[in-house]
Design a protein around this ligand. Structure first.
Ligand code: PLP
Length: 400
């Protein structure tokens, strides 16, 4: 494509010059002098958000007051924003609701899954899942009187039987960046009559997710990582439409009622995806997320994935060239089919190195015990950022 060696900075510059997503970077407000490689933990600030939030606060809240629930679409926001998230995760409308945290939605999803499979007594979960997934699974099991079977995805077939109600998996491993084969694992769960529950926190927004096409049953994900909705942005819950009418949601708050303003007793779930709602949503955060999602306008997930693989591929090439001699290992799978949107590097002094990078304006993060995690949001990270980060890490290691 060009005449530079892949390790030259000019190579990274040429890739950026040919990048169709390059203009999308202007949809974010990034601080000067910083290379931000932690957008998989807290997405950067989208340029549309400050004014949108100011409008929600000053005009909608300040002036329109309680009328905003109708006049400014507050009441419908969880389902309206859910439809926008749905476009990023391959969900036709009416299956996604936004609100509550990922942890709360995991609780809802796991309880719903067990209740959708009465008579089955086992919840299967990957021991390498994000800790909150494991903690919630244990509590759901105690609450519902089922047991948890921990198994890695590659060992799934050995633990699947007709007592399994659901299989709970993280689509991309938050530490290693390994991407699982969601359609195949979903099919494996279905073969024994179990449901599949996917946690999309580290995949949605950075690679193609096709929940409907993959026949996934339930899924959850974060609003503040790749979706860049801001600190504490609400999460989302996907319920495949075939389960909607039978969904027995454990948190039966009034926003999930068929007629919330009738103030009727007892509870009667709404017919649509609204039944997955709980109580009054955090409107400021929810509408900040809605504005943030505008950064995806006109962008296809195919383009995002192509750039993501280019960024992570460059990071791996440069790590092999410059860091391996200093004892840094690439933990993230090298094969593109198994690689998510971030790259994990292993070094015994990963914590110190992450801190040293930070002093040079390169923000990544450290995951115990020995991982430097570099997240590349293709909407705003450039190939030159990847190059500069790896070269800086080499300089730090060389100076020691
Ligand atoms: C970030 C993350 C969460 C976070 O849950 P919160 O309730 O938002 O704190 C859960 N699961 C996974 C896989 C994550 O990466």
């Amino acid at each position: 494509m060009n005449h530079y060696a892949p390790t030259d900075r000019a190579h990274a510059e040429a890739l950026d010059a040919a990048d169709p997503l390059a203009p999308v970077r202007d949809r974010f407000l990034l601080p000067p002098g910083v290379v931000y490689l932690d957008g998989n933990s807290l997405g950067a600030l989208p340029a549309a958000v400050p004014d949108a939030v100011a409008d929600v606060v000053r005009r909608q809240w300040g002036t329109d007051l309680i009328r905003s629930w109708d006049a400014n679409g507050w009441w419908d926001a969880p389902v309206r924003v859910g439809a926008v998230v749905g476009r990023l995760i391959g969900a036709a409308s009416g299956q996604v609701v936004v609100g509550d945290s990922t942890s709360v939605n995991l609780f809802k999803a796991m309880v719903c899954a067990v209740r959708l499979r009465p008579g089955r007594g086992v919840l299967v979960i990957d021991p390498d899942s994000f800790p909150t997934d494991l903690y919630i699974a244990d509590s759901v099991a105690r609450l519902l009187g089922v047991t948890v079977r921990r198994a890695r995805p590659r060992d799934l077939d050995a633990v699947l039987d007709d007592d399994v109600a659901a299989v709970v998996l993280n689509h991309v491993d938050y530490r290693t960046g390994e991407l699982l084969d969601a359609p195949a694992l979903t099919a494996a769960a279905h073969r024994v009559g179990a449901l599949s529950v996917w946690d999309l926190c580290h995949s949605a927004g950075v690679l193609p997710v096709e929940l409907d096409a993959w026949d996934v049953d339930l899924a959850v994900g974060c609003g503040y990582k790749y979706l860049s909705g801001g600190p504490g942005a609400p999460a989302y819950l996907y319920v495949n439409q075939r389960h909607r009418a039978h969904l027995d949601q454990p948190l039966t708050g009034w926003h999930g009622h068929a007629r919330p303003f009738a103030m009727d007793d007892p509870y009667e779930p709404a017919a649509g995806i609204d039944r997955a709602r709980v109580g009054t949503p955090a409107i400021l955060s929810l509408l900040a997320l809605e504005a943030a999602l505008g950064a995806y306008a006109g962008v296809t997930m195919t383009e995002v994935r192509a750039k993501s693989l280019s960024l992570t591929g460059l990071a791996i090439t440069l790590a092999d060239a410059f860091l391996a001699v200093h004892g840094v290992d690439v933990v993230t799978p090298r094969s593109e089919e198994r690689r998510g949107g971030h790259v994990a590097l292993r070094h015994p002094r990963a914590a110190d190195l992450t801190e040293a990078l930070d002093k040079h304006g390169i923000i990544g993060d450290f995951r115990r015990p020995d991982i430097i995690r570099l997240g590349f949001n293709p909407l705003y990270v450039r190939h030159t950022d990847v190059h500069d980060a790896v070269r800086t890490l080499r300089d730090i290691l060389t100076a020691e």
